[in-house]
Design a protein around this ligand. Structure first.
Ligand code: NDP
Length: 258
């Protein structure tokens, strides 16, 4: 990971919490924020994966901590922020990244499945965002980055609750900006295209789907997790202080042609 030398993008002295950063896009963004100077608090629900990721980053010389909690468990989220308070950890940057996907036709989808996808991908961003903002507002500063998707903008078959949740992420981001910009906070979102992570492994391994992604993406390839880093660092840094309520798509041009 290259070192960033422009002071506009320098995150030294800042602390970032990245939900779902034991692997995938969250891990890549956590690495990028750490490379820009931030202390990063990793999160995940699986304690072993989280401990391994934290240790790897520590071994690489990054300033890193961890907070293991399930983002659908409100009591656990509140308790994690109370622990940050007790330990004197102030979260300056929050990346609401953790999420899940469930592919199922709507006529087969159960209501509990619907609720799980909405709660994991949307409600969690509100709850974690609220706990962060309650502490950022008195300090008069804070950066919130919510992770949307191409489905923040358009619907695809078999992922209805995911689409609804990610559309909600776009509007939650605008609602956060509307309410909190006057208190010195910025809330923006990133909409990744089709990226190479565990979430997509079955699709990557499916030759027809793989060909569809490569054929329909103007860049003619899947995105790499580290390709989100530049946008994440920009939105976490003072370079974006007058950018608020926006969603930036990092999708190899796909949304321009679909
Ligand atoms: P992965 O499945 O590769 O990783 C998901 C991460 O989220 C893991 O760290 C996982 O932790 C964590 N997580 C999942 N559920 C919970 C939970 N209930 N509580 C705490 N942590 C949880 O996903 P991606 O990296 O691909 O996706 C990250 C985000 O980006 C998601 O919001 C996704 O919707 C979005 N996105 C992804 C795209 C892609 O192409 N990959 C495209 C557009 C958006 P653990 O290891 O503990 O399970």
């Amino acid at each position: 990971m290259p070192t960033l030398s422009n002071p506009l993008f320098d995150l030294t002295g800042k602390t970032a919490l990245v939900t779902g950063s034991s692997r995938g896009l969250g891990r890549a963004m956590a690495e990028g924020l750490a490379a820009a100077g931030a202390t990063v608090v990793l999160n995940g629900a699986n304690p072993d994966r989280l401990a391994a990721a934290t240790e790897e980053m520590r071994q690489a010389g990054r300033k890193v901590g961890s907070a293991c909690f399930d983002i659908t468990d409100e009591a656990a989220i509140v308790a994690a922020f109370e622990r940050f308070d007790a330990d004197g950890v102030a979260i300056d940057i929050l990346v609401n990244n953790a999420g899940i996907q469930l592919r199922k036709p709507m006529v087969e989808l159960t209501t509990p499945e619907w609720r799980t996808v909405i709660e994991t991908n949307l409600t969690s961003a509100f709850v974690v965002g609220r706990e962060a903002a309650r502490r950022m507002i008195p300090r008069g500063a804070g950066k919130i980055i919510n992770i949307g998707s191409l489905t923040s903008e358009l619907a695809r078959a078999t992922v209805a609750p995911y689409t609804v949740a990610k559309g909600g992420i776009k509007m939650l981001t605008k609602a956060m900006a509307a309410e909190w910009a006057g208190s010195g906070l910025q809330a923006n979102a990133i909409g990744p295209g089709y990226m190479i992570t565990d979430m997509n492994q079955a699709l990557i391994d499916n030759p027809a789907f793989d060909a569809w992604v490569k054929g329909r993406t103007p860049a003619k390839r899947w995105g790499k997790p580290e390709e989100l880093v530049g946008t994440a660092v920009f939105l976490a840094s003072s370079a974006s202080d007058y950018v608020n309520g926006q969603i930036i798509y990092v999708d190899g041009g796909m949304l321009s042609v679909l």
